[in-house]
Write a protein that binds this ligand. Structure first.
Ligand SMILES: NC(=O)c1ccc[n+]([C@@H]2O[C@H](COP(=O)([O-])OP(=O)(O)OC[C@H]3O[C@@H](n4cnc5c(N)ncnc54)[C@H](O)[C@@H]3O)[C@@H](O)[C@H]2O)c1
Length: 347
C-alpha cells in the first residue's frame, strides 16, 4: 500500500481527493496549517471513507503545520520511514489562492506558493521521493487565449498566476536535472465547484472566499443581500465572464488517474488541463442554480476586478487521451451538490 503526502489536504480540493485516494487503497498523510480549513474536515474524510474504524488511524494521518517549516517536513518523512510506510508521492495543494489578495500582498504569495514549494521539493530530494503532483491553475494562461491547450502562451494576469507559473518553471528545471528519476504531473485546474454528494463534505473556507460559489450560496441562504457580478461589459454574449466549472469530485478522480499514469509510465513531466471544456457565463451559472434548486439569487453588477479575464475554458483533449478520465458531473449536478453542502453547513 503506497503512502501519499498531501499538503493542504484538508482544504477544498485536497479533502475530496484524499477521500478518493483513501477509498482507492492509498495511505494518506495530510499536512495542513488550518489557514483556510477546519478541524472538522479531517473527521469528515475519515467518516466518509470506506475504511473500518480500527484501520483508519493507520491509513489516514494528520500533521498540523506549515509547508515552510523544514523541520516538520523532515519529521513527517522520517516518521513515515520509521513506520515502514515511506512517502511515495506528494500532492501539493497547499497555498494561497485569492487573485485579488495577491494584488495587494504579492510577497506573501511568493513566499508561501514559491518558497513553500521549494521547501517541500528539497525534503523530497533528501528522502529520494521523486513523484510529485502539483496543483497549478488556469491562471497561468491569463487571458492570452480563451480556449488554451497545454502549449498555449502563458501570460498570468495577476501575482497569484505568476507564482503558479514560477513553480511550473522550477519543476521543469528540476525534472531536466534528473529526468531518469522525476515523475511530475502539473495539473492546471479550471474552476472547481460542487461538493461530495453526501452533502457532508465541501468547500469550507476560513478566509472570506473570493470565488463565486460560496458567495452564491451565502446569498441564497439570505446571509448576504445580493451577489456582486464583477463586470457586465466583458466581450461575451451576455457580458459576464465565462469560466469552465468542474465538479470537485471529477477533479479528485483526475488526481487519482494522473497518479496512476505517472506510476505506470517512465519518468516524465506532464502538464494537463483539468476542466470540462464547457464554458458557462456567470449569469448562466446563477440561472442554473436558481432553477435546479428552486431558489432566488439576487445580484447586482459592479466594476470588473483587476486581474480577471473575459473567457477561460479548457481545451482538455490531452487529459482525456492520456488519462482514463472524463468529467462525469454536469453544471446542474455541481449546483445541486454545492447547495446541499451549504444548506447542511449552515443549518
Ligand atoms: N479552488 C480553485 O478555484 C483553484 C483553481 C485552480 C488552482 N487551485 C489550486 O489548488 C490548490 C488547492 O486549492 P483549494 O481550493 O483546495 O484551496 P483551499 O484554501 O481550500 O486549500 C488549501 C489548503 O492549504 C492549507 N494551507 C494554506 N497555506 C498553507 C501553508 N503555508 N502550509 C500548510 N497548509 C497551508 C489551507 O489551510 C487549506 O486547507 C491551491 O494550490 C490552489 O492555488 C485552486
Amino acid at each position: 500500500m503506497r503512502t501519499i503526502l498531501t499538503t493542504g489536504g484538508n482544504g477544498f480540493i485536497g479533502s475530496h481527493t484524499c477521500l478518493v485516494l483513501l477509498n482507492a487503497g492509498f495511505n494518506i498523510i495530510i499536512l495542513d496549517s488550518y489557514l483556510n480549513s477546519s478541524k472538522k474536515t479531517f473527521q469528515k474524510i475519515s467518516d466518509l471513507s470506506n475504511i473500518k474504524n480500527l484501520e483508519i488511524s493507520k491509513r489516514l494521518k494528520f500533521y498540523k503545520g506549515d509547508i515552510r517549516d523544514s523541520f516538520l517536513l523532515d519529521l513527517i518523512f522520517k516518521e513515515a520511514e520509521l513506520n515502514q510506510t515511506p512517502i511515495f508521492c506528494v500532492i501539493h495543494f497547499a497555498g494561497l489562492k485569492s487573485v485579488s489578495e495577491s494584488n495587494i500582498k504579492p510577497l506573501n504569495y511568493w513566499e508561501v506558493n514559491v518558497s513553500g514549494t521549494i521547501n517541500i521539493l528539497n525534503i523530497m530530494d533528501k528522502y529520494n521521493c521523486n513523484n510529485f503532483v502539483y496543483s497549478s491553475s488556469a491562471a497561468v494562461y491569463g487571458g492570452s487565449k480563451s480556449n488554451p491547450n497545454e502549449d498555449s502562451i502563458k501570460k498570468p494576469a495577476n501575482p497569484y498566476g505568476e507564482t503558479k507559473l514560477a513553480v511550473e518553471h522550477l519543476l521543469q528545471n528540476l525534472y531536466l536535472s534528473s529526468p531518469e528519476n522525476w515523475r511530475i504531473a502539473v495539473l492546471r485546474y479550471f474552476n472547481p465547484i460542487g461538493a461530495h454528494e453526501s452533502g457532508l463534505l465541501g468547500e469550507d473556507p476560513n478566509i472570506e472566499a473570493t470565488n463565486i460559489f460560496p458567495d452564491i450560496c451565502k446569498v441564497a441562504l439570505g446571509k448576504k443581500e445580493f451577489l456582486n457580478i464583477y463586470g457586465n461589459d466583458w466581450p461575451t454574449p451576455d457580458g459576464t465572464g465565462i469560466r469552465d466549472y468542474v465538479h470537485v469530485m471529477d477533479l479528485a478522480d483526475g488526481h487519482f488517474e494522473a497518479m496512476q499514469f505517472l506510476f505506470n509510465n517512465d519518468p516524465q513531466i506532464i502538464h494537463l488541463n483539468l476542466g470540462t471544456g464547457i464554458g458557462t457565463s456567470v449569469l448562466e451559472l446563477i440561472h442554473t442554480f436558481e432553477k435546479t434548486n428552486s431558489i432566488k439569487v439576487p445580484y447586482k453588477f459592479s466594476q470588473r476586478r483587476i486581474g480577471d479575464v473575459a473567457n477561460l475554458v479548457a481545451n482538455n483533449k490531452l487529459a482525456l487521451t492520456k488519462l482514463n478520465w472524463m468529467p462525469k458531473r454536469n453544471i446542474k449536478k455541481m449546483c445541486v451538490d454545492s447547495w446541499n453542502w451549504y444548506k447542511n453547513k449552515f443549518n
